[in-house]
Design a protein around this ligand. Structure first.
Ligand SMILES: Nc1ncnc2c1ncn2[C@@H]1O[C@H](COP(=O)(O)OP(=O)(O)O)[C@@H](O)[C@H]1O
Ligand SMILES: [Mg+2]
Length: 376
């Protein structure tokens, strides 16, 4: 949908705002450009609708080299939302929203229907709001109208430059939720500039992390959290996101995949020898189809040696288990609440898949932490 090829922008005063940018934004994708102030986000965005021209390189929208497209025509097919809403104060809400449809020559009835449809979509009662003036609306309501105006003529591409930056945190979150909902429904291609990582993580399909006019990493939110490519990205993601990352992990990510297991008829003495050799203090008892039957700890064997001979006789069969796809936070809760040292992982058939232990958990979380540059 949008392709940057070796795009650079040097302002007349010599500022290198964007350097050799290469980026391909797919149709229907929600891409966030993020980075510290002055890193070139706005410049990058404004080159897409030709509010700025690249110094070198090419930009394609829908396969067309935009330097060959009339800027006014180009902008009619691209929605644009900025932080300072930019509603015209002397026009009503309806007149503001239908600006582009009017330019495109839509007739009065079609415009009116579109205005009402859009207002209803974001929970603003059309009868109440269509004839009001911007100053009669709250900041959050005005910004909603700003978004609607960008959507009005059904552009395929929408550019949003820190659209919620000036709003209070609660209104901001509400509008993010709304935008996410709209996007799920409308599947527009959105290029969204922000300097707020939480906002980017919440909204984006892909995040483009920029610094000093250069792209440092392009990745999905999950990928970014797990594998920040360099120290700058790690720092930018921030120190407080370990929990967010832990939440994105599943049991399968943290479990030991080949825990020590044995059949119920296995002898206790042999079991002790195996556990010593593998340096573990428990063994999982499984049947011939690898279905989990119970667990035996070294302590249980010590206590049972005198009277019993096999694992099957002394195994603990009341087991709490988890599934591989469950979030790791679920496993942690079970272990804490039930004071478990071990949490076997089984699939839907009850077959043993792995084992979560305190050690495996700590190991993984530590790796996560390091990856995010927290403990560096
Ligand atoms: N019109 C301009 N003339 C000269 N320099 C500019 C202009 N607009 C932006 N810059 C400079 O280009 C760099 C990138 O700016 P910008 O794209 O606005 O960054 P961001 O949106 O990430 O804050 C900054 O150093 C900024 O000062
Ligand atoms: Mg900017």
């Amino acid at each position: 949908m949008v392709r940057f090829e070796n795009v650079s922008k040097v302002y007349p005063d010599g500022t290198k705002a964007v350097q050799k940018l290469n980026l391909h934004i797919e149709r229907g994708e929600f891409v966030c450009l993020i980075g510290p102030s002055g890193c070139g986000k706005t410049t990058t965005m404004k080159m897409i609708n030709r509010l700025h021209e690249p110094t070198s390189g090419k930009i394609y929208v829908d396969g067309r080299d935009i330097s060959t497209v009339n800027p006014v025509e180009l902008r009619r097919n691209i929605g644009y939302v900025i932080q300072q809403v930019g509603l015209f104060p002397h026009l009503t809400i309806a007149q503001n929203i239908e600006l582009v449809p009017r330019l495109l020559g839509w007739d009065r009835a079609r415009r009116a229907a579109r205005v009402d449809e859009l207002l209803a979509m974001v929970g603003l009662d059309p009868a109440t709001y269509r004839d009001r003036y911007p100053r009669e609306l709250s900041g959050g309501q005005q910004q909603r109208v700003g978004v609607l105006r960008a959507l009005a003529a059904e552009p395929d591409l929408i550019l949003m430059d820190e659209p919620f930056g000036a709003l209070d945190p609660i209104t901001r979150e509400a509008l993010q939720d709304e935008l996410k909902r709209l996007q799920a429904k409308l599947k527009k291609t959105v290029v969204f500039v922000t300097h707020d990582m939480d906002e980017a993580l919440k909204l984006a399909d892909r995040i483009v992390v920029m610094k000093d006019g250069l792209i440092h990493q392009v990745a999905s939110p999950e990928e970014l959290l797990r594998n920040p490519k360099d120290e700058f990205v790690a720092q930018f993601i921030g120190r407080d996101r370990m929990v967010a990352s832990a939440e994105s992990l599943t049991v399968a990510d943290v479990m030991i995949r080949n825990p020590v297991s044995a059949r119920p008829e296995f002898g206790l003495a042999e079991a002790v020898a195996t556990m010593r050799k593998r340096r573990v203090n428990s063994v999982l008892v499984v049947d011939e189809d690898d279905r989990l039957l119970g667990i035996v700890t070294a302590r249980a064997i010590e206590r049972g040696m005198a009277q019993h001979r096999t694992l099957g006789e002394i195994m603990e069969t009341r087991l709490t288990t988890v599934a591989p796809h469950q979030p790791v936070t679920h496993a942690v809760q079970r272990m804490l609440l039930e004071r478990l040292e071990f949490l076997p992982v089984v699939d839907e058939m009850g077959r043993l898949q792995g084992l979560v232990t305190n050690t495996s958990l700590v190991g993984t979380l530590f790796r996560t932490e390091r990856a995010e540059g927290v403990s560096a």
